[in-house]
Design a protein around this ligand. Structure first.
Ligand code: FPP
Length: 231
């Protein structure tokens, strides 16, 4: 296999296909999400191995509240258990965890577990993992504009919006990967993805592994990024 010379600084992932993975095995959908966490863990290891600095996972969208109460609570339970484990990957491998999205509607114990792990990992600088939780691209833009209005802006420029988005401390995503063969962005980082490279592999998220990760990096390094200019 060819050598990987160029990796995205900021990789963003839409982890799709958990439900289908479970249904095909006659299991409840939550089993797919549980297996999806193993894929998150493998991906964090791959990020460390290949020197990715930022990786954002679309874990819960503003639209996911439409799912059954059972599935929503199942996802919350999984996140809570995962980040509260004493030997979790963030503490063990010195990985910073942050989040984007509005946490207010989440259960108090989940919010406090998140605050706790964010605080404990805030000074790690090798890799930052960002969980998008109750996140929507449109909602992010609307909140950014409202912040500017509250600060007295009458007219805004692109840079004002960029620096008011939840991602203000992050570089724009270089590469967005959505698994499961669906070719949609589904309200992910809408403003931020203006020049992102997109890739839609067929693999279902729970099956995503280092081999798929390397394949994605190979796809990325072949892309010629011109940002509207000429190469
Ligand atoms: C999309 O697959 C997946 C989600 C909406 C949830 C993803 C959540 C996790 C993997 C758990 C989050 C855990 C942490 C630690 C952040 P789908 O259910 O839409 O799959 P389908 O399209 O096959 O139904």
């Amino acid at each position: 296999m060819a050598k990987i010379k160029k990796v995205p600084k900021h990789l963003a992932i839409i982890m799709d296909g958990n439900g289908r993975w479970a249904t095909r095995r006659g299991l409840p959908r939550t089993f797919g999400h549980k297996e999806g966490i193993k894929a998150i863990e493998r991906t964090i290891d791959s990020c460390l191995k290949h020197g990715i600095k930022y990786c954002t996972f679309f874990a819960f969208s503003t639209e996911n509240w439409k799912r059954s109460k059972e599935e929503i609570e199942g996802i919350f339970d999984l996140i809570r258990t995962y980040i509260s484990k004493e030997d979790n990957i963030f503490l063990k491998k010195h990985v910073k965890l942050s989040s984007i999205g509005v946490l207010d509607p989440f259960p108090e114990d989940l919010k406090s577990a998140l605050i706790d792990i964010k605080e404990k990992t805030k000074d790690y600088d090798k890799l930052e993992i960002i969980f998008a939780l109750n996140y929507g691209g449109r909602d992010d833009i609307v909140r950014a504009v409202n912040k500017l209005i509250d600060n007295g802006y009458k007219k805004v420029e692109e840079g004002d919006i960029l620096s008011s988005l939840d991602t203000c401390s992050l570089p724009e995503p270089d590469f967005i990967v959505r698994t499961s063969g669906e070719n949609r962005i589904s309200n992910f980082l809408l403003f931020q993805m203006a020049y992102s490279e997109l890739y839609f592999p067929k693999v279902l998220w729970p099956d995503f592994n280092e081999r798929h990760f390397v394949k994605a990096l190979m796809v990325y390094q072949k892309r010629k990024r011109r940002f509207g200019g000429l190469s």
